[in-house]
Design a binder for this molecule. Structure first.
Ligand SMILES: NC(=O)c1ccc[n+]([C@@H]2O[C@H](COP(=O)([O-])OP(=O)(O)OC[C@H]3O[C@@H](n4cnc5c(N)ncnc54)[C@H](OP(=O)(O)O)[C@@H]3O)[C@@H](O)[C@H]2O)c1
Length: 347
């Protein structure tokens, strides 16, 4: 099925006129425009995304490509295509099972390593100090890299927070040894950040959390900001409702929301581009995933238009506190296995 999808999406793309379609989509994105109130950086880059400065002084793109549910059979081609079409930020994880293929795409792209910003994540089953050091080596080897730009703890494990702390201390060591340019966390609630601050030395550069217009996460955003931690949005266009549906008979579709669709019509943009623009104008880093070439081009073509303050506020007003993914207050290995079981049962 994955092979078929892959062939279909390539065929559809070629039907669209391949390079011509790519050119048309990219034509508008040559000059990045910075959004109001955004904290995007201003340095020229060979990539299509503006950069933002992290609390340790390094810069990263504000828009990248996500790799969750990116089938291994397609991952190398998709990452190669993304990098040769202006992406510089790649977000994967040991748990996604595609680090090796993502690494192949990176190698094949020929983009100089110094221009890339590669993130992967330490899975919770490898928490603990020594376990984390070993898992880091495995990830680096699979990716075919000799250093990482950003390494994240994938989730806090509240039922065994000592191990979470030990894993973070291993990241601090790898950072001190210059094997990682920045360290961070994912899915940390404000109280998790507080405990981390009390028991470790280095402030994470960012916290990657589920965040989209239906789940605005105001408290988490404010907690991050108060600690100079950037907020990075996962499932930025609502993909979690499709990937991890609580009720598969009632999948919520953010991209079909009337406000979003009408703004798309006004700006002649896809709904996904409107939502991604909302993230950028709030100063978030966004990592949409797609396995379709034309969508990859569209998702990074968001720097040539700007939503008004009223339009950003209208999208803010869509918040329903509707979480698609797991709740970080109760995530651990058994909770993860239960999710896998549910997904299997739902086909
Ligand atoms: N830290 C964490 O715990 C965590 C959890 C989940 C995700 N993440 C990261 O965040 C990334 C993004 O999250 P996500 O994959 O869950 O969701 P997402 O990026 O919000 O949405 C992905 C979904 O949207 C579709 N899509 C992509 N571009 C589109 C466009 N232009 N128009 C219409 N549909 C479009 C994709 O379909 P096609 O692929 O078929 O195009 C896919 O079904 C992940 O890949 C991963 O790197 C992190």
């Amino acid at each position: 099925m994955n092979t078929l999808n892959h062939q279909n999406s390539r065929r559809d793309f070629l039907k669209l006129g391949g390079a011509a379609a790519a050119g048309a989509l990219l034509a508008n994105s040559a000059i990045p425009a910075l959004g109001q109130g955004s904290n995007t950086g201003r340095r020229a880059t060979s990539g299509k995304s503006p950069l933002t400065k992290l609390n340790n002084g390094i810069e990263m793109p504000v828009l990248g490509v996500g790799c969750f549910n990116l089938p291994t059979i397609q991952a190398a081609d998709i990452i190669h295509f993304a990098l040769t079409n202006g992406y510089r930020l790649v977000d994967t994880a040991a748990n996604y099972g595609n680090e090796k293929e993502v690494g192949e795409g990176i190698a094949r792209s020929g983009v100089p390593r110094s221009e890339l910003f590669i993130t992967t994540k330490l899975w919770i089953e490898n928490f603990g100090y020594d376990e984390a050091l070993r898992a880091f080596d495995v990830s680096l080897k699979k990716l075919g890299l000799d250093y990482l730009d950003l390494y994240l703890l994938h989730w806090p494990v509240p039922t065994d927070f000592d191990k979470t702390i030990a894993a973070y201390k291993a990241l601090e060591r790898l950072y001190a040894e210059k094997r990682i340019r920045a360290i961070g966390v994912s899915n940390f609630n404000p109280d998790h950040l507080q405990t981390l601050a009390e028991r470790t030395e280095i402030v994470p550069v960012l916290n990657q959390i589920e965040l989209h217009p239906f789940f605005a996460q105001q408290a988490a955003r404010e907690a991050n900001e108060s600690r100079r931690i950037k907020t990075e949005s996962w499932s930025p266009i609502g993909g979690g409702f499709i990937n991890l549906p609580k009720d598969p008979t009632n999948i919520v579709r953010l991209l079909e929301n009337r406000t979003i669709v009408e703004l798309g019509q006004k700006y002649r943009k896809m709904p996904a581009q409107i939502v991604l623009r909302w993230h950028i104008q709030h100063g978030f880093i966004a990592i949409p995933k797609t396995q379709h070439y034309e969508r990859l081009l569209a998702n990074i073509d968001i720097f040539s238009f700007e939503l008004s303050n009223e339009e950003v506020a209208a999208i803010d007003g869509l918040n329903r506190d509707l979480r698609a993914g797991p709740d970080p207050r109760s995530f651990d290995v058994p909770a993860f296995r239960a999710i896998l079981e549910r997904r299997r049962a739902n086909g």
